[in-house]
Design a protein around this ligand. Structure first.
Ligand SMILES: [Ca+2]
Ligand SMILES: [Ca+2]
Length: 366
């Protein structure tokens, strides 16, 4: 009963539809489905382990363009930092730092964690972890450059008066938070909560909590996240930054931001990709519809619609005749992962009557 042109529009609903057309040849059907739960999203993760080569210039182990992070980011690090089998060891006799680009965004709770150990001989020196306004690799003391450090901890080799946590800038708002010395390898977790009108931060080391710092002026000038050390050597491993929260994208918001019409059925920039499909792929410029490779078609999931929305905001449909369309069961998808960098992959099954089968993506965005 549906009209068959590729620009099919169902009145009263907002749809972006792509027809991917292929002959149905015998293929194996793969039904491996991966669905990622929403919630805590990893922005950066790096074991900081390696075989002794320099950290500087390496691509972080895993990354996502999400909540102020950048997919494919590379470390800006002092040349004295090397990824070794036991962690990233800094060997500078003065100070050293290592940073990834990161800008906090309101509406998220960020969790920064790493395992730190100060290995130097001088008890008063330290290893540090936190947020920075600049990637100043020569200032591993973390607060040497004025106004540089926010929400950061330091861990000394031994003795009292440490660890310490500072909300910042630099050594403002904070200080000692543990009555006992926390020597040796310690897992440090720093929380930066940017959900309220006034952002807050606090740290946890080895089960001990710092006081929570509430900012009078939110540290929106943070531009990096990283670690550092002052003194002889320090060891850092298992660095990660994740975020929860944030507003869920909407088609209307995306359309406004990108200057396209509020109708997902339209193709505002006349590139052959309807707005709704472009929204799914987060294609903000000229785009092309995916073709069939083998018997498989893959739509990139650009991060606007979670994989968990399959059957609600998007669905793959097949048809033997471009007239009658049948939704593909979620279990029959090859891949369905959330973006950015996600993918929706469907492998056309064999044995279609008449030797033809058509597949399309239908996007009904919120
Ligand atoms: Ca690494
Ligand atoms: Ca378009």
């Amino acid at each position: 009963m549906n009209p068959t042109p590729s620009k099919y529009i169902r009145p009263g609903s907002q749809r972006g539809i792509l027809h991917a057309i292929a002959l149905a040849l015998p293929v194996a059907i793969l039904a491996a489905l991966t669905a990622f739960a929403a919630g805590d999203t990893t922005i950066y993760s790096d074991t900081l382990l390696g075989s002794g080569s320099a950290l500087h210039g390496t691509t972080v182990d895993s990354s996502a363009t999400h909540a102020g992070g950048t997919a494919g980011a590379t470390w800006t690090a002092a040349g004295s930092y090397n990824e070794t089998a036991t962690g990233t060891i800094g060997t500078s006799t003065t100070t050293q730092g290592a940073y990834l680009p990161f800008t906090p965004q309101a509406g998220h709770v960020y969790t920064l964690t790493a395992t730190l150990e100060y290995l130097g001989a001088v008890p008063s020196n330290w290893a540090a972890l936190g947020f920075q306004t600049q990637a100043d690799v020569a200032h591993g003391a973390f607060h040497d450059a004025s106004g540089a450090a926010y929400a950061w901890t330091l861990l000394r080799k031994s003795g009292g008066g440490q660890p310490q946590f500072f909300g910042g800038p630099d050594t403002a708002s904070g200080g000692n938070f543990a009555t006992a010395s926390q020597s040796g390898l310690q897992t440090v977790t720093i929380t930066l909560d940017a959900t309220g009108a006034s952002w807050t931060s606090h740290a946890t080391i080895n089960g001990l909590d710092s006081a929570t710092v509430t900012y009078g002026t939110n540290p929106t000038d943070i531009a990096y996240v990283g670690f550092g050390g002052v003194g002889t050597t320090s060891n850092t491993t298992h660095f990660s930054l994740s975020a929860t929260g944030g507003s869920t994208p909407t088609y209307a918001g995306w359309a406004t931001t990108n200057g396209v019409s509020n109708n997902p059925n339209e193709d505002t920039n006349h590139d052959g990709v309807q707005n709704g499909i472009a929204y799914f792929m987060n294609a903000t410029g000229l785009a092309t519809n995916p073709g069939i490779t083998g018997n498989t078609v893959t739509w990139p999931n650009g991060g606007n619609i979670s994989a968990t929305e399959y059957g609600t905001q998007f669905v793959v449909e097949t048809s033997p005749d471009l007239v009658n369309w049948t939704p593909v069961a979620i279990g029959d998808l090859t891949t369905n992962t959330s973006g950015p960098g996600g993918a929706l992959t469907y492998t056309l099954p064999p044995g279609a009557g008449g030797g033809k089968l058509f597949a399309r993506l239908v996007v009904t965005p919120h």
